[in-house]
Design a protein around this ligand. Structure first.
Ligand code: KG4
Ligand code: ZN
Length: 391
């Protein structure tokens, strides 16, 4: 609730301020006077927290979303470039950059139109500026800066990994600190998310990212690109016990990952078959791979929780984010590990696990709420670790 008197905010509860920037006068265009409502003729009215436009172009999705500070996603448009890249079996950076350039304006226009708030309802612009493929990052960053400049609203230069890391907080029940497994196509790491902007990396992959391992295995099995969802579908009808695959790093101290041995073992398993793999072989291979990956993730998560506790952190939840968080078997195994420590597993809804702009807008909301904003010359950053001490 915001209390207004002759168009001046005379009292305002904290909830109404959530998501607003430090400079509230500018956000609401009202003078703010804290204290109890004193004027006889004051009236109460609800002011919707300012909406943030998010833009995401770091890899192979051109995405834009409009999010209100109270966590309501007003619109979310994701244009996938899968069709352009699948013939090449992976993302081709030059093709991705050109596609972002061709479609970014239209995707942003649609997101603003579908949000219903219009351009004048946009209170800030948050765009991914790293890490990722430089061509796409430049397109999204420049688009975001131009819109922020034209509207005269704050610009936020967002770290894509922070977008994933904070995305579970789109659910208001997820409080700091939490233990996060960030598992996507390019990243696989455990982080203690202490607060917005404060991340401690406990461990991560020493070779492939988890999503990359799913993608490469799917390619080996002829399941196409992107591999994660295709492999999960194939695994649904397979026997996870048919092929004996290694569980790299399992049982070792720490919470690092390695997926290259598993990948090689899969290739050997395919080569050992009598001829080309049939549909049953593919399903069994996919299920065996997924089981091995889930076993490894569960083992590493147990250690990561122990490590966090040894560092004196009392996590409120075990959280998984990034594209691989969409995998039901991995979620189920993580839920069991969390339960062993009395912690709930929290994960964003499926559509917010893979790349999207709502999570970028949300990272913008979190930063605005702390009075942060970035200059319009903030550079695109192909490399940008969340925990610089562990880079
Ligand atoms: O977060 P994301 O959309 O993009 C990056 O920032 O990398 O993650 C994409 C990755 C891909 O490697 C994809 O294969 C994987 O997430 N992925 C999955 C599933 N859905 C997406 N991996 C396993 N199971 C899934 N259901
Ligand atoms: Zn991502």
């Amino acid at each position: 609730m915001v209390y207004l008197c002759e168009d001046k905010i005379i009292s305002c509860d904290l909830q109404s301020l959530e998501g607003a920037s430090g400079d509230l006068n500018q956000q609401f265009d009202h003078e703010i006077v804290y204290g109890p409502p004193a004027h006889a003729s004051f009236h109460r009215m609800t002011i919707a927290p300012p909406a943030v436009l998010g833009i995401e172009t770091s890899c192979d999705e051109t995405a834009a979303a409009v999010l209100r500070g109270d966590r309501r996603i007003l619109s979310s448009v994701v244009l996938s470039q899968v069709a352009l890249h699948e013939v090449h079996g992976g993302v081709v950076p030059e093709i991705a950059a050109r596609a972002h350039l061709d479609h970014c304006d239209e995707v942003v226009r649609r997101a603003v139109a579908e949000s219903g708030v219009g351009w004048t309802g946009i209170g800030a612009v948050a765009a991914t500026v790293g890490p990722g493929l430089i061509g796409g990052l430049v397109v999204g960053a420049m688009t975001g800066k131009a819109i922020a400049l034209a509207l005269g609203v704050p610009f936020l230069a967002i770290n894509h990994l922070e977008g994933h890391a904070l995305s579970p907080r789109l659910d208001p029940g997820v409080a700091f600190p939490y233990l996060l497994l960030l598992a996507s196509g390019g990243h696989c790491q455990f982080l203690v998310v202490e607060d917005r902007g404060r991340y401690s990396r406990l461990g991560g992959t020493i070779d492939d990212a988890a999503g990359e391992a799913f993608d490469k295995t799917a390619k080996l099995l002829g399941l196409g690109y992107p591999g994660g969802p295709a492999l999960e579908r194939a695994a649904a009808s397979g026997d996870p016990a048919r092929f004996a695959l290694p569980r790299p790093m399992a049982g070792r101290p720490g919470c690092d990952f390695s997926f290259s041995g598993l990948k090689t073992a899969m290739r050997h398993a395919v080569e050992a078959l009598d001829g080309e793999p049939g549909a049953r072989d593919v399903a069994d291979l996919a299920a065996s791979f997924q089981r091995a990956a889930a076993d490894v993730v569960a083992d590493r998560a147990r250690n990561a929780l122990r490590m966090a506790e040894e560092r004196g952190v009392a996590p409120t939840a075990l959280v998984v984010a990034g594209g691989v968080a969409a995998n039901a078997e991995i979620r189920a195994r993580l839920a069991a590990v969390g339960a062993g420590h009395g912690l709930e597993l929290r994960a964003p809804p499926l559509r917010l696990c893979t790349d999207n702009a709502a999570m970028i807008a949300w990272a913008g909301v979190e930063r605005l709420a702390r009075g942060e904003r970035d200059p319009l010359d903030a550079p695109a950053r192909p490399r940008w670790p969340l925990d610089p001490r562990a880079a």
